[in-house]
Design a protein around this ligand. Sequence first.
Ligand SMILES: C[S@@+](CC[C@H](N)C(=O)[O-])C[C@H]1O[C@@H](n2cnc3c(N)ncnc32)[C@H](O)[C@@H]1O
Length: 215
Amino acid sequence: MRMRRKKHGAERIAACSEILIPSPITEQTNPQSFFADEKPVCLEIGCGKGDFAVGMSAKHQDLNFIAMERVADVACLALEKAMAASDTRADNLRFIIADARNLTEFFLPHSFDRIYLNFSDPWPKKGYAKRRLTHRGFLELYRSLLVEGGLLILKTDNEGLFDFSLEEFEAMGLTIEWQTRDLHNSEAAADNVMTEYESHFSEIGQVIYSARVRF
Ligand SMILES: C[S@@+](CC[C@H](N)C(=O)[O-])C[C@H]1O[C@@H](n2cnc3c(N)ncnc32)[C@H](O)[C@@H]1O
């Protein structure tokens, strides 16, 4: 996602500090500690401009959500969207501007119930496979973050990334509980909360792939 540098980006991000977890976190922390109410915590990695995180946190007030984005200018738009929605949302959404590679430095082991990966960068060149967020190196990291029986839920428009992900899940001995090659025409469509990329791809007629995997 290429972005022009945001004017007054630092000030705009600072104006959203009440929903921003300061990063880097210097010691492994329980993600529950960022919320007033103790509820299962879900993590979205690569939240982009925040449609999914804002929509899911409003819809599922029995869950807490942390949305992670490594590009500050993109996270700024997500933060502002969440702040604008704040009179209708419960206090169950926080953001962190950081790279997923550092997750285990920030959070206690086995402290998340679910991880969402939405339209992750596909890194199609073979030499870059390790950068894909469903590469087994990342799956090992998710295993240490998720509770026993925790879920990874994936959506993508990219068939190559989807097939690669299924192979990685199987290689790691994970249970693929559910999968579809056409999410919007599946039984899960009614409950689905769209991301920005998803809205765009579905408008141009692209099918959406999805899988739910249990650790
Ligand atoms: C293709 S965009 C999809 C955005 C959004 N999830 C959607 O579906 O509209 C992928 C996003 O993931 C972020 N991202 C990629 N790798 C990441 C990482 N290792 N840690 C945190 N964010 C990452 C990128 O900066 C980008 O904003």
